[in-house]
Structures are given as structure tokens and as C-alpha cells.
Design a protein around this ligand. Structure first.
Ligand SMILES: NC(=O)c1ccc[n+]([C@@H]2O[C@H](COP(=O)([O-])OP(=O)(O)OC[C@H]3O[C@@H](n4cnc5c(N)ncnc54)[C@H](O)[C@@H]3O)[C@@H](O)[C@H]2O)c1
Length: 360
């Protein structure tokens, strides 16, 4: 098996590459990354140790992809500018990467790859209805009320039927546009595609920032004793997300690759209701695990792109592929703590000195 992964030095890309190598020692894993994400450079030694062929390149440049040798059974597009706040200072990078870059990857894949897997995002869903969900306020979190105004939302979470109209964000919009183009490549060229709309992915190897990867950042700040702030929705940390470990995403990809049911349909993929947690609950979990608290402030101001609640309804992907996430939130938190402990010296500066505003 030959696998090509873009964004291979990123959080998900590195995890997938190493998992394929672990389970298929004969497989040839190649990948490309421009190392834009701070911290990705730390993964290069892990990739080298795993025997991965690394290309330092940029998906915005078709010639960087053309420089790659050979054909592949599977292409995983895991590169992106993944921040929902990206593009506020200028949309060039996020659109060139998340949209034009995906197109370059598709052109490569239709000529040289058997199957194209695209990692989309729950951020394709419309912000206004997400912000207008009917919620009940509990002691430590928001919960969905039993009656909702919008289609695609039940006690099981947000399903593929939820509105995707504007407004979203440049990130969500660029990913939704890419999803559509991926589907048209399937229709027009017969390219086999997998389209997974992922909720929050968290775990070891994520170089979390306030605007992306905040759950891993939360755990890291507890570990390093760095300050944290509950922001928005009255500043009490009651906003809820479901967390998915990338190893569970890998297991799903294995099932999808092996399945005869690969179509150009979209699947919501996340931790699901059982693996949902609020920031306040995550604080309690971290404090229990580490035996101390960290400085915690609060701001009631809610950012225009922020949402109080998102939990993936995995019903469709469960029905199609018999997949369920296996790694619980405490398991994810424990794995992050372990990673921080084992790599303390190199990771401390990353979390202590966050990237400057323009690189967010
Ligand atoms: N992490 C999440 O919570 C989450 C949720 C939903 C979807 N996703 C999607 O999963 C994929 C992987 O995300 P991640 O969490 O690993 O992000 P990441 O930032 O850790 O990894 C992305 C990698 O892509 C690289 N990259 C950025 N621009 C590039 C370019 N123009 N050319 C080549 N490489 C480039 C970065 O350097 C980085 O190493 C992305 O497509 C993202 O949109 C992530």
C-alpha cells in the first residue's frame, strides 16, 4: 500500500502517518507539509523515525505536488489553515490553502491515486442557528433542550441535515466549497472519495492555540501552570464540544477504505454525546488529574464566531461503517498529559510563548 498525506507534519497528519506505519509495516507512507503550523517541525523527527518520506512543500503550488514520485492507493488531504478566525486580516492564505490547495490535491489525486480522503469540519454548519440552539443551563454545562427550531438537531447532536447556509466563517466556507468540488470530482472523473466532517479533534501531538486546538491547550496550561480564561457565554466555561482522538479517526478511515460503501456522501464524525465536555468540566478533570489548579479568569464577551454548543451526531457514520469512537475524554486528557510529560522541554516554550496575532 502507498499512502500520500498532506499536512503530514500536523497533528492529524502525523498521527495518521504513524498509525499506518505501525499497522502496515510494508506500506510506503509519503507526505508533504509547508510547516506553517508552529510546532509541526517537531514532528519531523517522529516521521523520519517511522520511515516516512517527507516533502517540504506547499499545496498552493501545483509544482510542489508534481515533484512527488509515483502513484498512490490513498491520498489523505490533512493540510489546512484550520482556525475559524483565519482570514480576518486578509483571506489570501486560508482560501489559497483550503480551497485552491484542495483543488491542486484533487488534480494530483485524479491522475495518480485510487482514493481521496478529505477532512472537512463541523464549521461548515451555519453560525446563526448554532448560536440560536435552544439550550438548558446546567451547573457545569449547556445541554440541548428537547425542542429545537432547526432541522438536523436531536438529543444525539448535530447531524448532516443541519443548515449550512451563510454565515459560517472563511474557514468553514472554504471547507464547504472544497467538499462540493471533491464531490464533483467524484461525479465527473469517477474519483473514489471519502468526506468526513469532523468535530473537535484533540489529543497528544496537537500544538493547541486559543483559536484552534483549545482543548489540548487547556490541558497543557494546567500541566505547565499557565493562566487560562473562560471567554464568552457569560464567562462560566459552560460551552460544550465533543472530542475525538485522531486514533479513532484512523480506525474509521481503515473501515472506510475496506468498505464497498465508499460514495461521495458526507459523514459527521466526532466524539458524540458520550464524549462531550464543557470547559468547566475539563478544568475539573485536569485539576483532579494533576492535583492543582491554574489561574483562571473570565470574560463575558462572546466572539462573533464562537458557538455555545456543538456535538456530532454520529448516527450516519455508525450505520454505514459500524464505527464508534473508542477513546473517552478522560483517555484523551490522560494521553495529552503523558505527551506533555515525555516532551516537556520542547513543548513548554510552544505553550508558554504563543504565536503572534498574525500567525494565528
Ligand atoms: N483539529 C481539529 O479539531 C479539526 C477538526 C475538524 C477538521 N480538521 C481538519 O483536519 C485536518 C488536519 O487538521 P490538524 O488539526 O492536524 O491541523 P494542523 O494545523 O495541526 O495540521 C495542518 C498541517 O497543514 C500544514 N499546512 C498548512 N498550510 C499548508 C499548505 N499551504 N501547504 C502544505 N501544508 C500546509 C501545517 O503546517 C500543518 O502541519 C485539516 O484539514 C483540518 O481542517 C481538524
Amino acid at each position: 500500500m502507498r499512502v500520500f498525506i498532506t499536512g503530514i507534519a500536523g497533528f492529524v497528519g502525523t498521527t495518521l502517518a504513524r498509525a499506518f506505519r505501525r499497522d502496515f509495516p510494508q506500506a510506503q507512507i509519503h507526505g508533504l507539509d509547508n510547516l506553517k503550523r508552529r510546532g509541526s517541525e517537531l514532528n519531523l523527527s517522529l516521521l523520519k523515525k517511522a520511515g516516512v518520506e517527507f516533502y517540504h512543500g506547499d499545496i498552493r503550488c501545483p509544482e510542489d505536488l508534481q515533484a512527488v514520485d509515483g502513484n498512490f492507493d490513498l491520498f489523505i488531504e490533512a493540510s489546512a489553515e484550520p482556525s475559524v478566525l483565519a482570514g480576518a486580516a486578509g483571506p489570501g492564505y486560508v482560501l489559497q490553502t483550503n480551497l485552491v490547495g484542495t483543488l491542486n490535491c484533487l488534480e494530483f489525486a485524479r491522475k495518480r491515486c485510487g482514493l481521496f480522503a478529505f477532512l472537512s469540519t463541523s464549521r461548515v454548519y451555519s453560525l446563526s442557528p448554532l448560536r440560536a440552539l435552544s439550550l438548558e443551563e446546567r451547573v457545569s454545562r449547556f445541554e440541548l433542550s428537547s425542542v429545537q427550531r432547526f432541522k438536523g438537531v436531536t438529543a444525539g447532536g448535530i447531524s448532516e441535515g443541519f443548515p449550512t447556509d451563510s454565515p459560517r466563517s472563511l474557514y468553514g466556507g472554504s471547507k464547504l466549497a472544497s467538499e462540493i468540488i471533491v464531490q464533483e470530482y467524484a461525479n465527473t472523473f469517477g474519483l473514489n472519495v471519502i468526506l468526513n466532517r469532523c468535530g473537535v479533534i484533540a489529543g497528544p501531538g496537537q500544538f493547541g492555540k486559543v483559536d484552534q486546538g483549545v482543548y489540548t491547550l487547556w490541558v497543557a496550561h494546567h500541566y505547565f501552570g499557565l493562566p487560562l480564561k473562560y471567554t464568552g457565554f457569560k464567562g462560566e466555561g459552560k460551552q460544550v464540544r465533543d472530542l475525538l482522538h485522531p486514533e479513532d479517526l484512523y480506525k474509521l478511515l481503515r473501515l472506510q477504505i475496506a468498505s464497498k460503501k465508499v460514495t461521495a456522501e458526507v459523514f459527521n464524525v466526532g466524539g458524540g454525546p458520550e464524549n462531550s465536555i464543557s470547559l468547566a468540566e475539563l478544568t475539573a478533570l485536569c485539576e483532579k488529574a494533576i492535583g492543582r489548579s491554574t489561574e483562571l479568569s473570565s470574560s463575558a464577551d462572546t466572539h462573533a464566531m464562537d458557538i455555545p454548543y456543538y456535538v456530532s451526531d454520529n448516527s450516519k457514520v455508525r450505520e454505514f461503517f459500524g464505527w464508534e469512537p473508542q477513546i473517552s475524554v478522560p483517555g484523551i486528557v490522560e494521553a495529552i498529559f503523558r505527551w506533555l510529560k515525555e516532551n516537556e522541554a520542547s513543548l513548554r516554550p510552544l505553550f508558554q510563548f504563543p504565536p503572534s496575532a498574525e500567525s494565528k
